[in-house]
Write a protein that binds this ligand. Structure first.
Ligand code: ISE
Length: 346
């Protein structure tokens, strides 16, 4: 491992970017936060001022070009990812890009092609469930073959609330995209077809927003995946995945606080634990492991975890998923030829 710390810049310091910035400063070894950038310059300046030696840079492209920045966390909104990740590729900077990689499959494919043209992998996509110890353990149990072939996955993905600006198609592109990656990760195959259905929306959803949604993916090898995404469930952040195999099942993310207790109070007796309020809490360990793996790999000159191809494939599924939601019909996923696009890269 090189002796020098990786000098990290963070673009976009909203909820996730600010969380990653704090993570790089306090919980990740071998990295130093040196710069942040956000269109809300006051927010970026406040965050920079909270830590020693961190600059706030107005233009994110200047942050990427900065010779004192080795690697960039792209935590800006998806519609600017293409330009920013392209700039990282042009400057030879490692990028950890939050999901979705981009807004549609064409632009994601352009990034995969640009990276392949450069001849060396530089992009990791922020699908953190792969780093969650339970999801990782589930994957290795299924891969060991002890349960036979995996037949089905059932995903649950609930958020407490989202802003009114979070529309129906964003439930596919920004939320379901995680389960798309989980399905590809667990099965190790592409998704060939997607159906997305919405029933009666919850009264808690904004006018016109179809929430909750239920989707069905067909895997290339014949497996099936169901996912409920419910982003205004009112309770908290609940994410789990049950795999059904030929000789048993495995579940990651069952609600548990480790200790089990019964409690008696003025409302009577109850039992149980707590539902975490949001993804920063539920996946704190996964994010730590994800960013640490990114820093270690970047220092070694490598990329680990979900690649730009994984980001592209997930975006392609969600592009088909948005059509499926609009039509109520199954839609085939249109994917480029992997070997032809990647050549030897990725
Ligand atoms: C958000 O962007 C995330 O990535 C969260 O993990 C997801 O639960 C949420 O629905 C998205 O909006």
């Amino acid at each position: 491992m090189p002796e020098k710390d990786l000098r990290v810049g963070v673009i976009g310091v909203g909820m996730m970017g600010a969380d990653h910035a704090e993570r790089v400063v306090n919980r990740v070894a071998g990295a130093r936060l040196v710069a942040v950038s956000d269109p809300d310059t006051a927010r970026a300046a406040d965050l920079a001022a909270a830590f020693d030696g961190v600059r706030s840079v107005g233009d994110p492209l200047d942050l990427i070009a900065d010779p004192e920045v080795d690697a960039v966390v792209v935590a800006s909104p998806g519609f600017v990812h293409e330009e920013q990740v392209l700039a990282c590729l042009e400057h030879g900077k490692y990028a950890l890009c939050e999901k979705p990689l981009t807004m549609d499959s064409e632009s994601s494919l352009r990034l995969v092609e640009a990276e392949a043209k450069g001849g060396r992998p530089l992009v990791q996509v922020g699908f953190m469930r792969r780093f969650d110890p339970e999801y990782a353990q589930m994957k290795s149990m299924l891969d060991s073959g002890q349960l036979g072939r995996t037949l089905l996955l059932h995903n649950t993905h609930r958020n407490k609330t989202v802003p009114d600006s979070f529309r129906s198609e964003m439930i596919v592109r920004d939320s379901l995209v995680h389960e798309v990656d989980v399905a590809r990760f667990i099965f190790g195959e592409e998704i060939t077809e997607i159906t997305v259905l919405a029933g009666t929306p919850t009264g808690a959803a904004a006018e016109g927003v179809l929430d909750p949604q239920v989707s069905l993916f067909r895997m290339a090898g014949g497996g099936l995946v169901t996912s409920e995404v419910f982003v205004n469930c009112q309770v908290g952040y609940e994410v789990r995945c049950e795999a059904v195999a030929e000789r048993g099942t495995v579940t990651a993310g069952r609600n548990s606080t480790g200790i089990y207790s019964t409690v008696s109070d003025e409302n009577g007796g109850y039992w149980g634990g707590q539902v975490p309020p949001d993804f920063r809490v539920r996946f704190a360990r996964a994010y730590d492991l994800e960013v640490q793996a990114w820093v270690d790999a970047s220092r070694r000159g490598e990329v680990v975890g979900p690649t730009s191809w994984d980001g592209y494939a997930a975006t392609a599924v969600c592009t088909a998923g948005m059509e499926a939601l609009a039509t109520g019909r199954p839609v085939r996923v249109d994917l480029a030829d992997r070997a032809a696009v990647l050549g030897g890269v990725g």
